[in-house]
Design a protein around this ligand. Structure first.
Ligand code: SAM
Length: 273
């Protein structure tokens, strides 16, 4: 008998993945957490029915949400990651020798626990001495944080505890916690299926940051496979990446991709005009 996992991505679009086995399924205090072994994409983390990460395509998301802001900041040392309890963004951040400290702020301790258990290749740096894990609400944490160089919002969709991470008040707190050349990035969903989320994030960030840019990446298990990130910068402009700093291995991010990702199709330009 074949078993299929279905994600209702919108009321009229579904993603179907053939599942070999379900390894874990439980309610946490915040959400329903499932880990399954899929045929096509390997092990998969699902929260409230939405795919968060799969072993096969996670590198695209984690490299693009991390290396782009870290390469734009001239000398990133202190970084915060809101959400991201799987640890993929931490793993990428620690490839940068200048990064001395990464604060991972994940509201749901169970995500961190199950990531360590089922996704060792993704959560590999969570116990690194340069990583500090805080299991608390990122909105509150950002309010009292100061002097960060880069802040990454690696959140779930704007529902439940993540709603506040998409509001202008949150972007103001982020700007306040960043230093003079601070850079933030938030995952901002798909231009095909959630254009209104992109508009909300871009407009919200524009009320706070002098520089706001959208960039794109191909992530097959996310709705439509065509994903956006929104970057807000207090100073540095996204420009050509300094090759000499990129002395680490990546599978998606390259200096050429870094620049090309900011080239937007006309319909996306129109969306954020
Ligand atoms: N890559 C993923 C995606 O776009 O589908 C996101 C992965 S990561 C697992 C998202 C995490 O954000 C979840 O583990 C969730 O618990 C966390 N989260 C949601 N709201 C949060 C908040 N207010 N503070 C901190 N973490 C939050």
């Amino acid at each position: 008998m074949e078993v299929w996992f279905t994600e209702n991505q919108t009321p009229s679009v579904r993603l179907g993945l053939k599942v070999k086995s379900i390894l874990h399924q439980a309610m946490t205090p915040y959400q329903e957490l499932m880990v399954a072994e899929t045929d096509a994409y390997g092990r998969m983390l699902v929260l409230d029915g939405a795919v968060q990460t799969t072993v096969m395509d996670e590198f695209v998301y984690h490299e693009m949400i991390t290396h782009v802001p870290l390469m734009i900041h001239p000398h990133p040392q202190r970084m915060g990651i809101i959400g991201g309890g799987d640890g993929g963004a931490v793993r990428e951040a620690l490839k940068h020798p200048s990064v001395e400290q990464v604060h991972l702020v994940e509201i749901d301790a169970e995500v961190v626990r199950q990531a360590k258990r089922y996704f060792p290749e993704i959560s590999v740096e969570l116990d690194n001495p340069r990583t500090q894990v805080h299991c608390t609400d990122g909105i509150e944490w950002v309010r009292q944080a100061r002097d960060l160089d880069v802040l990454v919002v690696d959140s779930t969709d704007p529902v439940g505890p993540a709603v506040g991470l998409f509001q202008p008040e949150f972007y103001q707190s982020v700007a306040d916690c960043l230093g003079e050349e601070g850079v933030m990035v938030a995952q901002s969903e798909s231009p095909f299926l959630e254009p209104e989320v992109i508009q909300m994030v871009v407009q919200g960030m524009r009320t706070v940051f002098p520089v706001v840019r959208l960039y794109l990446a191909a992530i097959p298990t996310y709705p439509s496979g065509f994903w956006s990130f929104t970057l807000g910068s207090k100073g540095p402009l996204p420009g050509p990446a300094d090759l000499s700093r990129a002395k680490f291995a990546t599978r998606y991010w390259t200096p050429a991709i870094h620049e090309a990702a900011f080239a937007l199709p006309q319909f996306v330009e129109d969306l954020i005009r």
